[in-house]
Design a protein around this ligand. Structure first.
Ligand code: ADP
Length: 278
C-alpha cells in the first residue's frame, strides 16, 4: 500500500499543532499501472505488423524488385498485416465506446431470433471455409429484449467468430457451432435470469485456470493461434462490457477435449414491443 502524507502545521495560541493527513494512493497507482500496461500492449500489437510491413517494403524495393512471384506473395502477407492492424484499431474503438459507459436501459426492442439469423448468415462464408456447420436453435415466435441492436450484433458475432476460429479440434477439420436461444416464456425457470443466449462449440475447450481471465484485454490462451486466425485479444472484453451495459451476465463453461459454451443472460423485456430495432 502506498500512502501520501500531507503535513500541515497550524500555529495556535498554546503552541504549534501539526496535522498529518494520510491518503491511500493504491487505487490511483493501480489505475496508472493498468493504463501503462494497456499502452504497452497496444504498442506491441501495432509494432509487430508494422515492423513486418516496413521489412517487406524494403524487400520489394530491393532484392524482390524484379521478382514477380515474390512480389505477389509479399503483397499477400502485407495485406494480412494491414488487416490485422485494421482489426485492432476497429476493436480498440469498439472497446472505447462501450467501456466506461454507464449501464443504460435501451429503449428499442430487438428481436434476438432475427438478429441471430442475420449474424449466422453473415458468418456462413467464414464457417464454410473452416468446414464448420452453424446451427441455430430458437423457440418459435419472436424473442425481443430491450437492447442496442448493433451492440447485440457484436456480442453474437464475436462469440460465433471465436467458436468458428477456436472450435475445431486440433488436428481435425470442421465441427458444429450451435447458437441456442431460450426465453422465460418457453422456459419458466428463466424468469429469474431472463433470456439465455448460448454459443456452443465442440473444440479443444479451455483449461479452468484461463477462464476467469478470458475477458481481460489482450488475454489469449494461445497467442500464436490467436494471431494466426486474425485475433486481436479484445473480442471477449468487448462482449463482456456490452453484456454488463445491458445489465446482463456472461458465463463461460468449458470441458477440455469436448468444447466450450459462452452464455449471455440478458434481462427479459417486460414491456410490449412498441418500437422495433429489428
Ligand atoms: P482473440 O481476438 O484472440 O480471439 P478474444 O478476446 O475473442 O480474443 O478471446 C480471447 C482468447 O480466448 C482467445 O485468444 C482464445 O485463446 C480464447 N477463446 C475464445 N473463444 C474460444 C473458444 N470458443 N474456444 C477456445 N478458446 C477460445
Amino acid at each position: 500500500t502506498t500512502w501520501t502524507v500531507t503535513v500541515t502545521a497550524a500555529k495556535l495560541t498554546d503552541g504549534a499543532t501539526v496535522v498529518l493527513s494520510f491518503q491511500d494512493m493504491t487505487a490511483v497507482e493501480d489505475a496508472n499501472d493498468m493504463r501503462r500496461d494497456f499502452v504497452a500492449n497496444v504498442s506491441h500489437e501495432l509494432r509487430t505488423p508494422l515492423t513486418s510491413l516496413l521489412g517487406f517494403i524494403e524487400t520489394l524495393r530491393g532484392p524482390a524488385s524484379e521478382d514477380r512471384a515474390a512480389q505477389t506473395r509479399f503483397l499477400g502477407i502485407m495485406e494480412q498485416e494491414a488487416e490485422r492492424m485494421h482489426n485492432l484499431v476497429e476493436d480498440l474503438m469498439s472497446l472505447n465506446r462501450v467501456e466506461g459507459q454507464a449501464r443504460i436501459k435501451p429503449t428499442l426492442q430487438t428481436n434476438l431470433c432475427g438478429l441471430i439469423d442475420d449474424v449466422l448468415a453473415a458468418m456462413k462464408p467464414r464457417a464454410d471455409a473452416a468446414g464448420v456447420t452453424l446451427i441455430s436453435e430458437q423457440p418459435s415466435g419472436a424473442v425481443s429484449i430491450l437492447a442496442d441492436r448493433e451492440q447485440m450484433w457484436q456480442v453474437i458475432a464475436n462469440l460465433v467468430e471465436n467458436a468458428v476460429k477456436y472450435g475445431t479440434k486440433s488436428g481435425s477439420v470442421g465441427g458444429v457451432v450451435t447458437v441456442r436461444l431460450c426465453a422465460p416464456t418457453h422456459e419458466p425457470a428463466l424468469l429469474q435470469t431472463g433470456v439465455r443466449l448460448s454459443v456452443i462449440d465442440q473444440g479443444d475447450g479451455i483449461a479452468a485456470h484461463h477462464i476467469a481471465r478470458l475477458t481481460h484485454r489482450f488475454y489469449r490462451v494461445d497467442s500464436h493461434r490467436s494471431r494466426e486466425v486474425g485475433g486481436t485479444g479484445l473480442g471477449l472484453a468487448i462482449v463482456k462490457h456490452i453484456i454488463n451495459r445491458h445489465r446482463g451476465r456472461l458465463r463461460i463453461s468449458s470441458v477440455v477435449g469436448q468444447g466450450t459454451e459462452f452464455t449471455a443472460f440478458l434481462p427479459a423485456s417486460t414491456e410490449k414491443a412498441t418500437e422495433s430495432s429489428s
